[in-house]
Design a protein around this ligand. Structure first.
Ligand code: ADP
Ligand code: ADP
Length: 222
């Protein structure tokens, strides 16, 4: 099974995908995390992408698409994936479908996690990540057990520069301008489902699982 999580910056895609991927035994692939890892490792791809990410602009398709496809085609992804943050444009959706067809796979569900603008702003303002594995916390809504330290690996937490100021505003504008085409694309294929992402992490999780259970006809519980 291959699932897309579509939602604005701060909608909760990463938080939900992390949990769902464990419950459903699917690999979580987040395009933003792959870019972040590439910066940390100072790879050529990282150096090329960084100036776009810093400004809150989309990284060009010729960099983004091969990077994500490479991960989808790895053996660890064969049992299925949850894609988070990709595709973000109509062109990316079309290429993704064509590339999946080539390897006899397809997207099963595209789930739109819908969150109000006000809620997005307060989620982004308090979001912090751990330095080592990008585990995500929120200073108010999902605080770590020990201040400033990741519960899972003990590494220090930091705030992403593009979660504030002009870069954050730019990301939201781009999301709302581009994504309706992506939603429309999957809606025409009858693959689009909508989930209200404004409630608590656990209740959004339960709604997502129910969408997946409806699709598979099986019962996976939290
Ligand atoms: P979000 O919190 O919006 O989900 P991400 O961590 O997914 O943010 O993305 C961070 C940045 O990485 C984006 O602002 C953009 O520069 C780049 N990026 C991530 N995914 C894509 C994509 N599918 N296409 C182009 N650029 C992307
Ligand atoms: P995305 O990957 O869509 O950009 P994240 O999963 O990183 O979003 O979530 C954004 C921020 O909001 C994080 O700090 C996270 O801890 C917090 N968060 C996620 N889901 C919820 C929720 N349902 N209620 C409150 N805070 C949430």
């Amino acid at each position: 099974m291959n699932i897309l999580l579509i939602g604005a910056p701060g909608a909760g895609k990463g938080t939900q995908a992390e949990k769902l991927s464990q419950l459903l035994a699917l690999r979580h692939i987040a395009s933003g995390d792959l870019f972040h890892k590439a910066f940390e490792e100072q790879t050529e791809l990282g150096l090329k992408a960084q100036r776009y990410v810093d400004l809150g602009e989309l990284v060009p398709d010729e960099i983004t698409i091969p990077m994500v496809m490479l991960h989808i085609e790895e053996p660890e992804s064969m049992q299925g994936v949850i894609l988070d943050g990709f595709p973000r444009t109509l062109a990316q959706s079309q290429v993704l479908d064509a590339e999946l067809l080539r390897i006899n796979r397809q997207i099963d569900l595209a789930i739109h996690l819908k969150v109000s603008r006000e809620e997005l702003l307060s989620r982004l303002a308090g979001r912090v990540f751990c330095q080592v594995n990008q585990h995500v916390y929120h200073i108010k809504f999902r605080p770590p057990k020990v201040a400033d330290r990741c519960d899972l690996d003990g590494s220090k937490l930091y705030q992403r520069p593009d979660d504030a100021g002009e870069a954050m505003r730019r990301r939201l504008v781009i999301y709302f301008n581009q994504t309706f085409q992506v939603l429309d694309y999957y809606s025409r294929q009858n693959k689009l489902r909508e989930v209200d992402g404004n409630s608590s992490i656990d209740s959004v999780q339960a709604m997502l699982l129910s969408v997946v259970n409806d699709y598979t006809g099986r019962e996976t519980r939290v």
